[in-house]
Design a protein around this ligand. Structure first.
Ligand SMILES: Nc1ncnc2c1ncn2[C@@H]1O[C@H](COP(=O)(O)OP(=O)(O)OP(=O)(O)O)[C@@H](O)[C@H]1O
Ligand SMILES: [Mg+2]
Length: 1079
């Protein structure tokens, strides 16, 4: 079980000054000392945290402590800065209230450390995740970078912030950090060129020289030895407990994490180096002829190196250190600078360079850490501004710093003391006024627009004529002389005329935190913050891009003759904005106190602490808290928050909220002195009462949660039960239906079975009866049939066998015939008339029919064949047929002629022009025209003659001339003789007594013997008026030559003289034709 703790547990002194008894300044200090001695550095005044600087590390900032304070009530644990951070973070996250944490205290009191503790606590307790962690890391790492460039060792603090810083950390609705915005306020740039005794320049110079590698230093043209640089004070260059080299590495690393590019880091370091170099430039006077002194640079080496670093032309910068150009409207006047002015210009440039670099760094960091989303965000602002400062020599910077602290004190007073008291009055709460010092009057002295010190300084700076710090002081003396917080030697208010501690050129202000003597020297210059235009233009000409960016006014294209706003007015404006910003947020205070001036642990310097307690107004703070009420809340939210603690107000209160709260308080029996009813709010005097209410609420919430849980569980169980019940009914209904269905089906099927058995039995019985009946009928029929059959067979037996054989035979024959004819259909031979094939005879008895069928088929196919013939072809075949009838097997020449077609007109007589005349003499159609040999009867030699056959005659004509030698009318021919041999000889025999017979018969030989003879024969046969021509075929025949009859004899001779037939006259009566024997 969680152990309930309280602020009051194990308390050393009192943790909350409100509980201090008796309340005096001494007891207050005793309590602080007591706690400080016991390492309890934090003490509350209500919700304000007083933080004592322990000057040593305490084991109270561990992760365990973070966990311990996480989500705990502010007053639950012993006072801690974590409790305040937690409270602020939770009300930011849960109540959507923007917060600001105001950390005040003098230099070295621990403000910067406190701000870092707050940031680290918030970082530790807010959301986690890769993106969120990166944001956190960047926010945290912005600190070392800014500290290196903006912090320095002072006599009061080894790590004194020389600039004001206000950082807004932005969170999303879940409380995860989204990013941040840093605002910086007035860097103490005079430190760059001069540091008071015992103090150092900004850390970065020492860090760079100690921590950078040899290589880097060489690149930056720097030497590790501090003593080489005029701008670095030597007496306190090394600081105890400060490791510059290690810090340099930390800074470089932090720059990388924040998101600086490597070249940006390089440019930054180059600028730092350039400032150091600038400090080493020295001037010497050189007299000019007009008697004035002009400055010259002593040793140009540093100038050269600096110019090389920044990429500036040396001559340009050199000129800028020697001349000053004043531009007024159209005029441009150049004046030379004397040595003092040159030094002034150099230092102004160094200061500007450095302070602009610092502002650029802040802008650059803001660029990296700015929230990436535009979504609405909540803001926690952390203000760590330079603390109140009283030095031996206080200048413009201290004036500004202290003014800022006045404003912060003012806002503290506004929000805690005055506001609180005014609220009591407003709410009509009985209240005895607590006196406290309101520093509004001091703020007015400084910032009043008409006669405030800053306004007068500005007026002096802008006034024409000679202006100096003295004239400024004079003005102050006249205008502010009456002011009770202003003192100077000449002020009318000067009861201090005899006060020799007040030097001439000084004025003193009675700040809320003490009197501070300001030396006016440098006020005008520092407020003017002028940099000669020649210098800014020279810087603008640099090739290094960063330095160009830092001096935009050096751009000749953008010459602005208007004076820039003064440093004082700028600061006033930014402080004004800051105050407005803070007023919109819920403030949380951390009041830092410095226990001693020695920066040492365990030392508690009474007077020093007493002084701080006084000016911080802590006593008044406690008094107001004690006299007043620790907590207040409007009635509505109060009732809403605590109404569950009374039965009468829970769950709804019908009447006005105030009455509800009254009922609530009465029911809870809270003592009446513990609270008061205001007009719109209830005021609770003691935090304990609040805790009591909270505790009750928590308990009630737990009870309510239990109740809700109980009701919910009951509801859940009941609805589950109802669901089950409903389901059960449905299931049961379904089951019953199913069971009934099943039963019904069973009964139905059983009934069917029984029914079918019964029906079956009945049917079988019927069937049996019917079968029996049928069998009886069949038996009767069979018996009758048998009986009839027997009778019939007996009667008809005699007729049976006689025709059976014939019928079977006829049938068989029919079948065979049918089969034969069908088979023949498939096996008939081709349609060619010469195809001799014919299927074999299947049955002997079909022999006749088979042969006849063959004949018929052959005739039929011949007819078919013939039917394809033309008349012409027919005639040719008739001739061939006739030739066959005449010569077949009678003359050896015949077979060779069968294949030769009978052309008839071999000479193409009608077409050939040579025979035109001959053709015209023969008026008949020429049936045959050929060249034949007419055998000479004297020697048997042949003379070629044209042989023409017409229907009426045979004509012989000369082959060459075509002259008709002989024309024999066909009727004059008696016969034709040919041999049986393979020769072409033939004799045309004339009828005796005919007109042609006078010359005798003709013995001719032709290659176309068969054709000639056939045609002759045909012509004779077709002529109706003539008798058929005789054709005599024998190897010996007689030929009538004129009167002589000569026998022509054909002999077969062996082959001589080639293959030809030869004819020789043997004697008067014999012509011998020798025919070669055919092989
Ligand atoms: N909580 C702490 N624990 C340990 N040391 C601390 C603590 N707070 C401050 N210190 C020490 O005191 C020194 C000064 O603190 P810090 O720089 O925060 O003062 P400051 O109020 O910011 O001063 P300035 O106004 O000059 O910037 C620190 O360097 C550190 O050594
Ligand atoms: Mg600081």
């Amino acid at each position: 079980m969680e152990v309930k703790t309280s602020l009051l547990d194990n308390m050393i002194g009192v943790g909350d000054m409100v509980l201090l008894e008796p309340l005096t300044e001494d007891s207050f200090l005793d309590n602080l000392r007591n706690r400080f001695d016991h390492s309890e550095i934090y003490t509350y005044i209500g919700s304000v945290v007083i933080s004592m600087n322990p000057y040593r590390s305490l084991p109270i900032f561990t992760p365990d402590k973070v966990e311990e304070y996480r989500n705990r009530n502010f007053y639950e644990l012993s006072p801690h800065i974590y409790a305040l951070a937690d409270e602020a973070y939770r009300s930011l996250r849960d109540q959507d209230k923007d917060q600001c944490i105001l950390i005040t205290g003098e230099s070295g009191a621990g403000k910067t450390e406190a701000s870092k503790l707050v940031m680290s606590y918030v970082a530790a307790v807010c959301g986690k995740g890769q993106e969120v962690n990166k944001v956190k890391e960047q926010l945290l790492q912005s600190n070392p970078v800014l500290e290196a460039f903006g912090n320095a060792k002072t006599v009061r603090n080894d790590n004194s912030s020389r600039f004001g810083k206000y950082m807004d950390i932005e969170f999303d609705f879940k409380g995860d950090p989204l990013g941040g915005v840093i605002s910086n306020y007035l860097l103490e740039k005079s430190r760059v060129v001069k540091q008071p005794r015992g103090e150092r320049n900004f850390h970065i110079f020492y860090q760079l020289l100690s921590g950078a590698s040899d290589d880097t230093l060489k690149k930056l043209k720097l030497d590790r030895d501090f003593s080489k640089y005029n701008y670095l004070s030597l007496d306190s260059a090394a600081v105890n407990g400060l490791d510059d080299a290690a810090n340099f590495r930390t800074v470089r690393n932090a720059m990388q994490i924040v998101g600086f590019m490597e070249d940006e880091v390089q440019s930054v370091l180059e600028l730092v180096a350039a400032v150091l170099k600038l400090g080493n430039i020295e001037f010497k006077p050189e007299s000019r002829c007009n008697g004035t002194d002009e400055s010259r640079i002593k040793d140009k080496n540093d100038l050269k190196e600096m110019c090389e670093l920044l990429g500036i032309e040396q001559s340009v910068l050199e000129r800028a250190f020697s001349y000053r150009t004043v531009e007024a409207k159209l005029e441009k006047v150049s004046t030379t600078l004397n040595v003092a002015q040159a030094y002034y210009a150099r230092d102004a440039l160094a200061k500007n360079l450095y302070s602009r670099l610092f502002s650029w760094l802040v802008t650059r960091i803001n660029e990296s850490i700015k929230a990436q989303t535009k979504a609405r965000h909540k803001v926690m602002g952390v203000l760590d501004i330079y603390g109140f400062e009283i030095f031996e020599d206080n200048s413009f910077e201290q004036f500004i710093i202290n003014y800022c602290n006045e404003k912060l004190q003012q806002i503290f007073i506004e929000l805690t003391l005055r506001e609180e008291q005014e609220e009591y009055v407003r709410e009509g709460i009985e209240w005895t006024n607590i006196e406290y010092f309101n520093n509004a009057i001091i703020c007015d002295l400084i910032e009043n627009n008409q006669n405030g010190i800053l306004a007068m300084l500005d007026e002096e700076c802008l006034r024409p004529g000679t202006v100096s710090d003295e004239t400024f002081l004079d003005k102050l003396n006249t205008i502010c002389a009456e002011h009770q917080h202003f003192e100077s030697r000449l002020s009318k208010n000067s009861k201090f005329l005899n006060d020799h501690s007040l030097p001439h050129s000084c004025f003193r202000i009675q700040h809320y935190a003490g009197k501070v003597l300001y030396r006016t020297e440098g006020f005008v210059d520092k407020n003017n913050d002028l940099l000669y235009r020649d210098l800014s233009q020279a810087m603008y000409k640099a090739t290094q891009s960063l330095i160009k960016q830092l001096f935009p006014e050096g751009n000749p294209a953008k010459v602005n003759l208007k004076r820039p706003p003064t440093a004082g007015s700028q600061f006033k404006a930014s402080v004004g904005t800051l105050m407005k910003n803070l007023q919109t947020k819920n403030p949380n205070y951390i009041r830092c106190i410095k226990p001693n001036d020695k920066k040492a642990p365990h030392i508690f310097t009474d007077s020093l602490v007493r002084h701080q307690v006084r000016y911080l107004g802590l006593m008044e703070n406690v008094r107001v808290r004690r006299a007043g009420y620790a907590f207040r809340q409007p009635y509505e939210p109060c009732l809403e928050r605590y109404k569950m603690e009374s039965k009468r107000t829970w769950p709804h209160w019908k009447g006005p909220a105030r009455e509800g709260v009254e009922v609530l308080m009465a029911d809870l029996q809270v003592p009446t002195e513990e609270y008061a009813y205001g007009r719109s709010k209830i005021f609770i005097r003691n935090p304990r009462t609040l805790f009591f209410l909270e505790e009750r609420r928590k308990q009630c919430l737990e009870d309510l949660a239990t109740l809700i849980q109980k009701i919910y569980r009951g509801w859940k169980c009941r609805s589950h039960f109802l669901l089950l019940k409903e389901s059960q009914i449905v299931v049961a209904a379904w089951y019953r239906r199913y069971a009934q269905q099943k039963k019904y089906k069973q009964i139905k099927s059983a009934t069917t079975v029984v029914q079918s058995y019964t029906r079956g039995w009945q049917a079988r019985k019927l069937l049996r009866e019917l079968k029996y009946q049928k069998r009886c009928e069949e038996a009767v029929t069979t018996i009758a049939a048998f009986w009839h059959g027997t009778q019939v067979r007996r009667e008809y037996r005699k007729f049976f066998r006689a025709n059976a054989g014939k019928k079977i035979y006829d049938f068989t024959i029919q079948r065979i015939m049918q089969k034969y004819f069908l088979g023949l259909k498939n096996t008939v031979p081709s349609m060619s008339p010469i195809d001799k094939n014919w299927p074999s005879r299947p049955y002997l008895f079909l022999d006749g029919a088979h042969t006849e069928l063959r004949r018929i088929f052959h005739l039929w196919r011949c007819k078919k064949y013939r039917s394809q013939f033309t008349e012409e072809k027919k005639a040719i075949y008739e001739e061939k047929l006739e030739a066959s009838e005449i010569f077949k097997d009678k003359k050896t020449l015949y077979p060779s002629s069968v294949s030769q077609p009978f052309k008839g007109d071999y000479l193409e007589i009608s077409k050939n022009p040579k025979y035109q005349k001959l053709n015209s003499t023969v008026d008949e159609k020429v049936l045959l025209a050929d060249v034949v040999n007419k055998i000479n009867r004297a020697n048997g030699k042949g003379t070629p003659r044209i042989f023409l056959l017409t229907k009426k005659s045979v004509v012989l004509a000369d082959q060459k001339t075509g002259q008709v030698k002989a024309s024999v009318p066909l009727p004059d021919l008696s016969s034709v003789s040919v041999s049986t041999q393979n020769d072409g000889f033939f004799a045309l025999k004339l009828k005796e007594g005919s007109a042609s017979a006078t010359k005798g018969d003709f013995l001719l030989s032709s290659e176309h013997l068969i054709e000639i003879i056939t045609k002759l024969h045909r012509t004779g046969a077709t002529a109706a008026d003539r008798e058929e021509l005789n054709i005599d075929i024998s190897d010996e025949f007689l030929v009538q030559f004129k009167q002589d009859k000569v026998c022509v004899k054909f002999i077969q001779a062996a082959l001589k003289n080639g293959n030809s037939v030869s004819c020789k006259r043997k004697n008067n009566r014999l012509l011998e034709v020798s025919v070669p024997v055919m092989a």
